[in-house]
Design a protein. Structure first.
Length: 115
């Protein structure tokens, strides 16, 4: 979400609190889910300039459709979240890796042969 997407304390210009039209929670939620918002932060714990712990936080809030549009669909492949997902063993992962390598090689060959 950019600064231009939300200006003013409660939303876009013209939606002042108590004014002619006010942004309600549903409008704000719809905008956040439609556009998506990323919150990032780091927590570091140091003792006498010795780093003891670093926690990197990354939070993405978006609709399922927007997440899929961005290429994020891990919940569809997680066996604990989706009944259609299968657990991948080492053999399946190795086979998938080999298939992907073959596809990349084919794409690279096609790109080299294109003038």
């Amino acid at each position: 979400m950019t600064a231009a997407a939300v200006s003013g304390p409660y939303g876009p210009p013209g939606l002042a609190a108590g004014g002619g039209g006010s942004a309600n929670l549903a409008d704000i939620l719809e905008r956040v889910l439609d556009k998506g918002v990323v919150i990032a932060g780091d927590i570091r714990i140091n003792l006498l300039d010795i780093e003891l712990l670093t926690i990197k936080l990354r939070l993405l809030v978006a609709s399922v459709d927007k997440a899929k549009e961005m290429g994020i669909d891990w919940w569809e492949h997680d066996p604990s979240l989706s009944s259609g997902a299968r657990p991948h063993g080492p053999r399946e992962l190795a086979e998938e890796n080999e298939r992907l390598r073959e596809r990349v090689a084919a794409l690279e060959r096609r790109e080299e042969s294109t003038p």
